[in-house]
Design a protein around this ligand. Structure first.
Ligand code: KIV
Length: 297
């Protein structure tokens, strides 16, 4: 590969003069960098009765926006399987597919704690397998914590990671990687099954998890878990009494269309905005209105 002598090229502009076509890894904010959120800050927020926020994030642009908005935790979720790679569920995504997304998010967030999700099949076999996968997320992607799905059945994994210096968030209740075993997307922990969710929550805390994410469980059960545990609880479809909330951003901001789960509130219509912008662009190109003189050298 040849390299061009940039400095001797009179037409060359410095990086500072040239607006990047590909965005920038630095945030556009002029504010001084905020203090990095760490796991102990989340616990302190719980102790103060202050809620924290979490969104899924899969790329540099949204990482910068959510970080600037003050979202406390960015989860590079295995939901990327669907929203990034187009699979019908979270089962097919691999570690090698999720790692580059996690790396982009970790590079781009200056304040938020970035958490990587361990894909299906990358940690269940043994504590050593879990440690090897989580280590890749920390070393190759630069995440500050990992999430894995399961309660009692993954305690050895949580203990191994915690002992090895890897903060772990356990995901209990409805666990999408177990969709087939659970018989589809359904609320967990109703009636007699509440005891099992409660036991899982206590067990993952005792094993060393720094937080527990609860998906699609009754609100009163999530409230009880939140009261019982000293570690923070994060809810998705678990009512309003958890210490934090998380949503998949494409659901929350309206990039995903179609039927949304009941636990989602839609804060924007990004699909509509993008559709309109893309149509206007296409019209302008076809009619010759773009590029105009101001876009032309
Ligand atoms: O992968 C994911 O997006 C999740 C959700 C619960 C937020 O785990």
């Amino acid at each position: 590969m040849t390299s061009r002598p940039v400095a001797s090229n009179p037409a060359a502009r410095t990086a500072a003069e040239e607006p990047s076509r590909y965005g920038s890894a630095a945030t556009s904010s002029t504010h001084p960098p905020a203090r990095r959120i760490r796991t102990h800050h989340l616990r302190e927020m719980k102790e103060r009765g202050e809620k924290f926020t979490m969104l899924t994030t899969y790329d540099t642009s949204t990482a910068q926006v959510f970080d600037e908005a003050g979202i406390d935790v960015l989860l590079v979720g295995d939901s990327a399987s669907g929203v990034v790679y187009g699979h019908p569920n979270s089962i097919p995504i691999t570690v090698d597919e999720l790692l580059p997304l996690a790396r982009a998010v970790a590079r781009s967030a200056t304040r938020a704690l970035v958490m990587g999700d361990l894909p299906f099949g990358s940690y269940q076999a043994s504590p050593e397998q879990a440690y090897a996968t989580a280590t890749r997320f920390m070393k190759e992607a630069g995440v500050a914590a990992v999430k894995l799905e399961g309660g009692a059945e993954v305690l050895p994994q949580i203990q191994r990671l915690t002992r090895g210096g890897i903060p772990v968030c356990a995901h209990i209740g409805f666990t999408p990687q177990h969709e087939h075993a659970l018989g589809g997307y359904r609320v967990q922990g109703r009636g007699d099954m509440a005891a099992r969710v409660l036991a899982d929550a206590h067990a993952v805390q005792d094993a060393g998890a720094f937080a527990v994410l609860m998906e699609m469980i009754p609100a009163d059960l999530a409230e009880q878990v939140t009261r019982d545990l000293s570690i923070p609880t994060i809810g998705i479809g678990a009512g309003s009494h958890t210490d934090a909330q998380v949503l998949v951003w494409q659901d929350a901001f309206g990039l995903n269309t179609g039927r949304l789960p009941r636990f989602v509130r839609q804060y924007a219509d990004i699909h509509g905005l993008l559709l309109n912008a893309a149509r206007r662009y296409a019209d302008d190109v076809k009619t010759g209105a773009f590029p105009g003189p101001e876009n032309t050298f």
